[in-house]
Design a protein around this ligand. Structure first.
Ligand code: ADP
Ligand code: MG
Length: 724
């Protein structure tokens, strides 16, 4: 057999390190050069038009037609100066990736000539013929139209020779069909609620924006080796593979020196990202071999998410130029660490204040405490929804796998803040305290700068890290819009409730600080069970969490139930983020995605076992049989071929096992396929089909250890993970 594995290994040996040239010595010279940002708008637009776009970005006001016309023609002029020929509405459908449909600026004029055109209408709205995007039943064929609409808060950019315009994607009836529309709605709700509360402390706060910094983990494998692994290129992860003798046990990869080929890729990726205004700042090796991380400086959340989506796209494109494949899957290799996407989240006012940064004065401390405790309370109230927002078939492999936070949502605050909350809980807040300072005598001082001494508890899914919360449970391949929409909307709802309660007390004549502290204190008490400072990976925590009544929903189909629960319906409705129909549609889409991915994995597994693993194993076994026959012919005694016989028997055992189990799995798949109800079907796929994966894999991996190395068809872990 012409073994693809050896062809690939040869290809890797001939790789060279491509030269990377920076467009300019200073990053500031080319940063955002491919973005139609504020600076360029100012240059290309009239003052009025510029102001109107600015207002729309800052205040969310509608842009009128005339201005859109001006912006379109400015964008076109700018883009054409870069040799751009096409434009596209760039959007984030519920497939998890980004989508684009390119149209040319060129329009024939009828006289054999033509002209480059881009109208305000074309900028503002498009109707992609996109009836096959996931819609969860929202778009029946008679109303199959979907519209993309310009999001002026995320600037247009150039990719290749195409002008890309960030847009939302909605149905004819206005329902969200993408990840961005609900995010923008949640951010609107959050802004309103947070401003309402911030005004207790500072009347100059008119706008609150969430900020987000996303740390992105990923694996790199050589493109040739990747292409020799059908499981990798069809499912994004290895379905088989015996652990390499050396893996991450020496802990020598983490923060180690970056291999030259990888560094060249990273530099190239940084150049492309920086040109698109993605402020990439950090790069380093991660824990597992061939695992890396990059992180930008945090930005306004909507932009940060667009940038992360764009970054994932760029990673793939740039990697190809370096003969690498980027694996964004949460668990591409069993037995070593998987990848996540840490979401660092904070709330920043138009006055530049971070509401989650402890302040210097008691007043600022109280403002911090308010937002801090409300966030804790929101996560406590809706931990299941947060869990659902990070649920996916691929993240199921990672959560709770002793290298990623468990599926139990808890909050880590660090010992200092934990103590502060404990002390507040037991302190007396009374309206008899007339003078403000007296109120504070019982309240512990919050240390100003916690940044340097926040404990780094890596086992917590949601940790406070000095001036921001870090949601660490998000999967590496996920669109952060999902979890960030949920986080934003639950905090919005919580702040709204808080304001109602405080206002009630104020109406009764309570002093402001006392009113605030009274509610804060109660929230601290009520949400106590979600706080956990210990080791989230431990079995003790699982038991303790159960005692506390915290959920531990291990698999996606059940984790998603909460999306259509009554409590959630109310929450969605009150915050205006999802209608009932939208929530049900999303629930359906996520379930469909879940079982379909398992279906694909099961099929790939079956194909590989039947057509690759078994034939290779039998071929080797035949060689052994020939050998034994020969030895027998020579009249040698049984001892001379005892080992061969033993291997022959073992091979047969493993071959039998995988053959029969694949057949049984196919049978279970057939049964699952006829189940109509998507939840039932997904659960059947999880419990009846996926349950075959590990046993089959175990025996395939045993075969890998028995079959002669030169007969094994699939690149091994040691090759995928260590060859650079
Ligand atoms: P690490 O967690 O690896 O120590 P940092 O905490 O410094 O690294 O930063 C991780 C990410 O958090 C970066 O993207 C950074 O820009 C972002 N970040 C820092 N401060 C904030 C903030 N106030 N709000 C949101 N993100 C932030
Ligand atoms: Mg971090």
């Amino acid at each position: 057999m012409s073994n693809l594995r050896f062809q690939a290994l040869n290809a890797v040996l001939t790789r060279t390190v491509p030269e990377v040239t920076y467009p300019s010595a200073k990053i500031s010279d080319f940063f955002a050069s491919n973005v139609f940002d504020r600076r360029k708008m100012k240059e290309y637009l009239s003052r009025e038009a510029y102001q109107s776009v600015s207002d729309s970005v800052v205040l969310g006001e509608q842009i009128d037609r005339e201005v859109a016309e001006q912006v379109a023609s400015a964008m076109k002029a700018w883009a054409i100066s870069f040799g751009v020929t096409h434009y596209t509405h760039w959007f984030q459908p519920l497939t998890g990736t980004t989508a684009e449909k390119h149209d040319s600026f060129f329009e024939p004029a009828g006289d054999g000539q033509g002209i480059e055109k881009f109208s305000g209408d074309a900028l503002a709205q498009q109707e992609p013929d996109a009836s096959s995007f996931p819609n969860g039943g929202i778009r029946s064929t008679f109303e199959a139209r979907g519209y993309t609409a310009w999001d002026p808060s995320s600037p247009a950019f150039i990719m290749g020779k195409t002008l890309c315009i960030p847009t939302v994607f909605v149905s004819y009836t206005g329902e969200a069909l993408d990840n961005k529309a609900p995010l923008l709605r949640a951010l609107g709700a959050l802004d309103k609620a947070a401003v309402g509360v911030a005004q207790y402390f500072d009347k100059s706060v008119e706008k609150v924006n969430a900020s987000l910094g996303i740390e992105q983990e990923y694996f790199l494998v050589d493109l040739a080796l990747f292409n020799a692994r059908p499981d990798l290129y069809l499912t994004g992860r290895t379905l088989f593979g015996h652990m390499s003798a050396k893996n991450q046990q020496l802990e020598d990869h983490y923060f180690g020196s970056i291999p030259d080929r990888v560094l060249a890729f990273m530099q190239d990726l940084e150049i492309e990202s920086l040109k698109l205004g993605i402020p990439l700042k950090t790069r380093h090796n991660e824990v597992a071999p061939s695992q890396f991380e990059c992180a930008p400086i945090y930005e306004e959340i909507n932009l940060a998410i667009d940038h992360n989506q764009l970054l994932m796209d760029l990673m793939d494109k740039v990697a190809r130029r370096h003969n690498f494949k980027v694996l964004l899957h949460e668990k591409p290799f069993a037995g070593i660490n998987g990848s996540g996407k840490h979401n660092n989240w904070s709330l920043i006012t138009n006055t530049g204040k971070n509401l989650l940064a402890p302040g210097k004065t008691p007043k600022n401390n109280l403002m911090f405490l308010t937002f801090f405790v409300n966030t804790v309370k929101a996560v406590y109230e809706h931990s299941d929804l947060l869990r659902a927002s990070i649920a996916s078939v691929s993240n199921d492999h990672r959560l709770g796998a002793n290298e990623a936070p468990p599926a139990i949502i808890s909050i880590f605050l660090g010992s200092q803040l934990n103590d502060v909350l404990d002390e507040i809980e037991t302190s007396r807040v009374t309206s008899k305290m007339k003078q403000e300072p007296t109120l504070w005598t019982n309240i512990p001082k919050i240390p100003q700068i916690l940044l340097d001494n926040t404990d780094r508890n890596r086992t917590s899914p949601f940790a406070f890290t000095g001036n921001k919360f870090e949601l660490r449970a998000v999967g590496s391949s996920a669109n952060s819009a999902g979890p960030m929409t949920v986080l934003s909307l639950i905090v919005a709802e919580q702040l709204g409730k808080f304001k109602v309660e405080v206002d009630k007390l104020l109406k009764k004549g309570e002093k402001k600080d006392v009113a605030l502290m009274t509610v804060i204190k109660r929230y601290i008490k009520e949400s106590k069970s979600i706080r956990f400072e210990g080791n989230g990976y431990s079995d003790e925590w699982t038991a303790e969490a159960e005692k506390r009544g915290l959920s531990n929903i291990k698999t996606t189909p059940k984790a998603l139930d909460v999306l259509i629960a009554e409590k959630t319906e109310k929450l969605f409705e009150e915050t205006g983020v999802f209608s009932k129909r939208e929530a049900h549609a999303r629930h359906e889409i996520l379930l469909e995605n879940y079982y379909k991915k398992l279906q694909i994995e099961a099929r790939v597994m079956g194909e590989l076992v039947n057509n690759v693993i078994i034939p290779a194993s039998i071929a080797y076994q035949s060689e052994l049989i020939t050998n034994v026959k020969g030895l027998k012919e020579l009249g040698l005694d049984e001892n001379t071929y005892a080992a061969q016989l033993e291997i022959i028997t073992k091979l047969s055992e493993h071959i039998n096992f995988i053959r029969t189990n694949v057949l049984e799995m196919v049978n279970e798949r057939k049964k699952a396929n006829v189940i109509e109800d998507l939840r039932e079907k997904s659960i059947a796929y999880d419990e009846k089909v996926k349950s075959y994966f590990d046993p089959i894999r175990y025996h395939v991996d045993k075969l890998e250890r028995l079959v002669a190395d030169d007969k094994w068809p699939l690149p091994k872990f040691r090759e995928l993970l260590f060859i650079k």
